[in-house]
Write a protein that binds this ligand. Structure first.
Ligand code: HEC
Length: 478
């Protein structure tokens, strides 16, 4: 505790620091010619367009980013102005399928009408450069991690993806050894060839030190789309069990790591989520899906591991509705050609839940998605609305604060599928009947088959959960 006198001193000291920095800032800006011209009417690159692009686009559209071209300089933007206009007008960019008029999430990224109008006006006009000293500062990009400095990085084997223009589905074992048993706060997946790595679902396997001689031994990669008996044999060759052949006593954390295009790692506040990890462990990637490519490629993706000082205080739990989940789909997911259908799946919660993250999942025929809860009192709790489904951008949406679903709430998800030739993503021309297919625990779901899943990550509810800020999950760790 500090005395009132020191407090007053600190306050005055702080104030004078603030004044000094304000004056210095002003002088520096004066020297750099950075004083704002408040009376400008012209929309310029430096003063209007760049700040919007720097806030909403460049984290993907920089050299080496996942966007196909950089949008960091005047020349780069000018070159792409027509496609930029179209992508913004069509709502394709920035990629954020969730409707911000329905619910809000951490890291949400969309342009207001005012921001769009500014960009359109600039593109439709003479695209003046403006006062380049007013350019915003380019954010720093970390090619290694979106979450911060990892405690450990684990590389997957290099994987050959043949240029056969076909989807490739693999199961991959990624073993590692560390100095001591500890706790993991988050695992982040970083793609090597980000244009072809489509999705990944992985579990964490912890071994008993004395019952597993060599975690690295055994086969590392298995093609999932072989016949059942070959798959079973090859899975045995992976040696995922303890040395005595027992798998039941291996500690397993399902879905410890998920990746879909555009998904940044989720980091909950300290104390929420996370797993114990032992000295000998393996990330077992149940399904790693590579999109079709015309040319042969080698991918070497990696995992970043962030440790936690303490054991997971409140481990997260998962609820899966729809395909292979807890609730049936009605009508069944069989989509005749030339039709648009809406399917529903419902699940009644028998406990109080604090929902942290949700993930709607469909494939190419998906066109709309809606999910909400209905309490026993008949109140509606909105969860997510996607008016224009985009197969490429299937985020795990984390709420800014946990959403309380009281015991007895009916969770309802509605998915619309468009199997007409109007749907530009329809894999068949003319359209064919498409249905749900789920084999090898979903390992071999091809994108041309359909799926309707709604995955909810939650905690058992505790009073006050609504006030927890999950927002820090996007801030890098120190
Ligand atoms: C989360 C990463 C990300 C963000 C943020 C992002 N983009 Fe993109 N953008 C991509 C990727 C990846 C592609 C390649 C196409 C695809 O995969 O959908 C792309 C494609 C594009 C295209 C080409 C579209 C076409 O039809 O060929 C334009 C133009 C574009 N982005 C502009 C923007 C603008 C402008 C913003 C900000 C307002 C933005 N992007 C924000 C990742 C992003």
């Amino acid at each position: 505790m500090s005395s009132p006198k020191t407090q007053r001193f600190l306050l005055l000291f702080g104030l004078s620091l603030l004044m000094t920095s304000l004056v210095f800032g002003w002088v520096r800006d004066l020297i750099l010619g950075k004083t704002q011209n408040k009376n400008r009417t012209e929309i310029t690159f430096a003063e209007d367009v760049a700040p919007i692009l720097y806030d909403h686009c460049v984290r993907c559209h920089h050299k080496g980013g996942i966007g196909p071209f950089p949008l960091t300089t005047y020349e780069e933007v000018l070159r792409k102005k027509r496609t930029i206009r179209k992508a913004i007008a069509n709502g394709i960019m920035p990629p954020w399928p969730a409707d911000p008029e329905y619910t809000h999430f951490v890291g949400e990224n969309y342009l207001t009408q005012e921001e769009k109008n500014k960009i359109f006006k600039w593109i439709d006009g003479d695209q003046p450069k403006g006062n380049m000293s007013q350019m915003p500062e380019l954010p720093e990009f970390n090619p290694v991690s979106m979450l911060g400095k990892p405690d450990k990085t684990i590389y997957m084997d290099s994987i050959f993806v043949p240029g056969k223009n076909r989807d490739l589905f693999l199961s991959v074992k990624v073993p590692f050894e560390i100095d001591r048993d500890t706790f993991i706060r988050a695992i982040e997946f970083v793609t090597g060839e980000h244009n072809i790595v489509h999705h990944l679902n992985g579990h964490l396997l912890n071994y008993d030190f004395n019952r597993k001689k060599n975690v690295f031994a055994g086969r590392h990669v298995v093609n999932v789309e072989t016949d059942g008996s070959t798959y079973d044999t090859e899975m045995l060759e992976m040696q995922l069990t303890h040395d005595d052949g027992d798998f039941r006593n291996v500690q397993k954390f399902e879905s410890a790591i998920n990746y879909l295009p555009g998904v940044e790692g989720t980091m909950y506040p300290e104390g929420i989520g996370g797993f114990p990890v032992s000295r000998k462990s393996t990330i077992f990637v149940q399904s790693l899906h590579y999109a079709p490519t015309q040319e042969d490629m080698w991918d070497r993706s990696h995992f970043n591991i962030f440790y936690s000082k303490s054991p997971p205080g409140r481990p997260t739990q998962e609820l899966m509705l729809g395909t292979n989940g807890l609730s049936a789909i009605s009508p069944p997911l069989v989509i005749p050609p030339d039709t648009i259908i809406t399917c529903t799946t419902k699940y009644r919660l028998n406990w109080d839940a604090s929902v942290l993250t949700i993930n709607p999942h469909m494939h190419l025929l998906g066109s709309k998605f809606l999910a909400y809860g209905v309490t026993l009192q008949g109140d509606t709790i909105p969860l997510i609305r996607i008016n224009r489904w985009d197969f490429r951008w299937q985020y795990f949406y984390t709420f800014k604060n946990p959403v309380h679903l009281p015991k007895g709430t009916l969770i309802v998800a509605e998915a619309t599928f468009d199997n007409t030739s109007e749907n530009p993503n329809n894999p068949y021309d003319p359209p064919q009947e498409i249905k749900e297919r789920y084999e090898n625990e979903g390992g071999s779901m091809r994108t041309t088959d359909e799926m309707f899943q709604f995955i909810i990550t939650y905690l058992p509810y505790k009073k006050g959960d609504e006030n927890i800020s999950l927002g820090q999950s996007t801030k890098p760790l120190k």
